[in-house]
Write a protein that binds this ligand. Structure first.
Ligand code: SF4
Ligand code: SF4
Length: 137
């Protein structure tokens, strides 16, 4: 199976490093993104939703169809720039069918910890091969 991206939503801090790493690697214009980070909150960037004290705030990295599903470079060991540069380990990359891959190991670890898996719905028109894992707090 082709390598895919796995995102631990609970670990994502909304830092945008993944998005900026892609932009820097491909010298994208200021207003062009292959990946952006959506705030799940009150509708504005980095603002929590809900009513005090029951607030929530999290982030979903969203891959557009402009993403080239790249393999980074030799310097990134074939890992896409976005996943390679994620500082929290929220985004991992590998072959879902290879039990020794970072992808498969992270998936098993998170399933054991009670996380559930989901994908973006078709109407979001995002690229294929991206799975999210998340656990309620
Ligand atoms: S997989 Fe490659 S092209 Fe796609 S967002 Fe990541 S770095 Fe950019
Ligand atoms: S996936 Fe990683 S690099 Fe991207 S916003 Fe989340 S924590 Fe930052």
């Amino acid at each position: 199976m082709a390598n895919e991206i796995l995102i631990n939503v609970n670990r994502c801090t909304g830092c945008w490093t993944c998005s900026q790493a892609c932009k820097a690697a491909y010298h994208l214009p200021v207003d062009e993104y292959r990946l952006f980070v959506r705030t799940i909150g009150d509708g504005n960037i980095d603002e929590a939703g809900g009513t005090w004290p029951n607030l929530y705030l999290k982030w979903n990295p969203v891959f557009t169809t402009e993403c080239k599903n790249c393999r980074g470079a030799e310097s990134t060991d074939g890992v896409p720039y976005c996943a390679f540069n994620c500082p929290t380990g929220a985004m991992v990359y590998g072959d879902p069918d290879d039990p020794e891959s970072d992808y498969a190991k992270k998936k098993e670890e998170l399933l054991d910890r009670g996380y559930h898996m989901w994908k973006m719905p078709a109407w979001e028109k995002t690229r294929d091969g991206v799975t999210y894992m998340e656990k309620g707090i």
